[in-house]
Ligand binder design. Structure first.
Ligand SMILES: NC(=O)c1ccc[n+]([C@@H]2O[C@H](COP(=O)([O-])OP(=O)(O)OC[C@H]3O[C@@H](n4cnc5c(N)ncnc54)[C@H](OP(=O)(O)O)[C@@H]3O)[C@@H](O)[C@H]2O)c1
Length: 264
C-alpha cells in the first residue's frame, strides 16, 4: 500500500542504515538519503537508493522525512527543513529524548511522529514505540507504522511514556548484552572455552526470549518450570534475590529514565 511513498532519510548512520535495509527488504522503492559522511556514502553505494551529501538546494517533495541524526545535530536539521513546505509531509524522528513540541516549535503545526526504535532493528527484530502529534493523519500513522514494521514490532504509546520506553527497549539491548557478557565471564572463569561459553550464553537468552514470546504461560510459570526445589536454578535465584537483583534493575531503569527526561 505504501511501497511507492517517497521517503527522505536525514542521517544514514547505524540506525538509519538499519531502516534503509528493512525498507528495501519490504519493497519500498523511493528512498532518498542525506548524510555528509563519505564512509556512509561508500557503504550504501550498492543499494537501490539515491544519496545526497547535503540538504542545501534539496527539494523536499516527499511523503515522509525520517530524521536519524544525533540529538546535537537536530536543531541544525530542523532549521534546514523549516524552509520547505511540509504541509503534506510527515516528520518521523528517531532522535532520543526530543519531545514533539521541540519539532513543533521549529516547524509549526505539521505532522510529527516521534519514535524510539532499538538496535535489533538491524536484523529485523527491533521494537519501536511511536507517538504522534494531533496533526498526523490516519494515513501518516499507518505509513509510520509500516516503516517500522519493516524492522520489527511496533507499539503506539502516549508521549508521556517515551522516557520509560527509552529506558526499557531503547537502551535495553545494552543491558541484555551485559547480562550475556556476565554469563560468559562466569563460564570462562569456571574453565570453559570462550567460544563455547558465548554460544551457550547467547542461545540461552535467544531461546528463552523466543520461548517467552511463543508460550501461553506467563514468565513466572516459565521460571518456576526450570526451578526444582533444592536444585541448581533455585540456588542461583536465591543469590539473585538476596543480592537485590530486582532492585538493582529497577534503580538502573530509573537512572536511564531520568537521563532521558534530562535530554528533553
Ligand atoms: N543507537 C541506538 O541504540 C538508538 C536507539 C534509538 C534511537 N537512536 C537515535 O538515533 C539517532 C541516530 O543514532 P545513530 O546511532 O544511528 O547515530 P550515527 O551512527 O552517528 O548516525 C548519524 C548520522 O547522521 C550524519 N549526520 C550528521 N549531521 C548530519 C546532517 N546535518 N544531515 C544529515 N546527516 C547528518 C552523521 O554523519 P557524521 O558521522 O559525519 O557526523 C551520521 O552518519 C540518534 O538521535 C539516537 O538518539 C539510537
Amino acid at each position: 500500500m505504501f511501497k511507492n511513498k517517497k521517503i527522505l532519510l536525514i542521517g544514514a548512520g547505524n540506525m538509519g542504515q538499519s531502516l534503509i535495509r528493512g525498507w528495501l527488504k519490504h519493497g519500498y522503492k523511493n528512498i532518498l538519503a542525506i548524510d555528509p559522511n563519505l564512509e556512509v556514502k561508500k557503504t550504501l553505494s550498492n543499494l537501490e537508493i539515491s544519496f545526497h551529501e547535503d540538504i542545501e538546494h534539496f527539494h523536499f517533495d516527499v511523503d515522509v522525512i525520517v530524521i536519524a541524526v544525533k540529538p546535537q545535530v537536530l536543531d541544525e536539521v530542523l532549521h534546514q527543513i523549516s524552509m520547505q513546505d511540509l504541509s503534506k509531509t510527515a516528520i518521523l524522528s528517531i532522535v532520543a529524548g526530543k519531545k514533539i513540541k521541540v519539532y513543533q516549535e521549529a516547524l509549526g503545526d505539521v505532522s510529527i511522529v516521534r519514535s524510539m526504535p532499538n538496535t535489533p532493528s538491524s536484523i529485523g527484530n527491533g521494537m519501536t514505540a511511536l507517538c504522534a502529534s494531533s496533526q498526523t493523519s490516519e494515513e501518516q500513522v499507518l505509513l509510520s507504522q509500516s516503516l517500522f514494521e519493516s524492522v520489527g514490532k511496533v507499539a503506539w504509546v502516549d508521549e508521556s511514556m517515551m522516557d520509560i520506553v527509552t529506558a526499557i527497549s531503547g537502551s535495553g539491548p545494552a543491558y541484555v548484552f551485559y547480562f550475556i557478557e556476565c554469563l560468559i565471564s562466569s563460564a570462562v572463569k569456571a574453565g570453559m572455552k570462550e567460544d563455547l561459553a558465548r554460544e551457550l550464553a547467547i542461545m540461552t537468552v535467544y531461546g528463552s526470549a523466543n520461548y517467552a514470546l511463543e508460550s501461553e504461560k506467563n514468565l513466572q510459570e516459565l521460571r518456576e518450570r526450570v526451578t526444582s526445589p533444592g536444585g541448581t536454578t533455585e540456588a542461583a535465584l536465591e543469590v539473585l534475590t538476596n543480592g537485590d537483583f530486582k532492585d538493582c534493575i529497577d534503580l538502573a531503569i530509573n537512572q536511564a529514565k531520568k537521563r532521558s527526561e534530562e535530554l528533553n
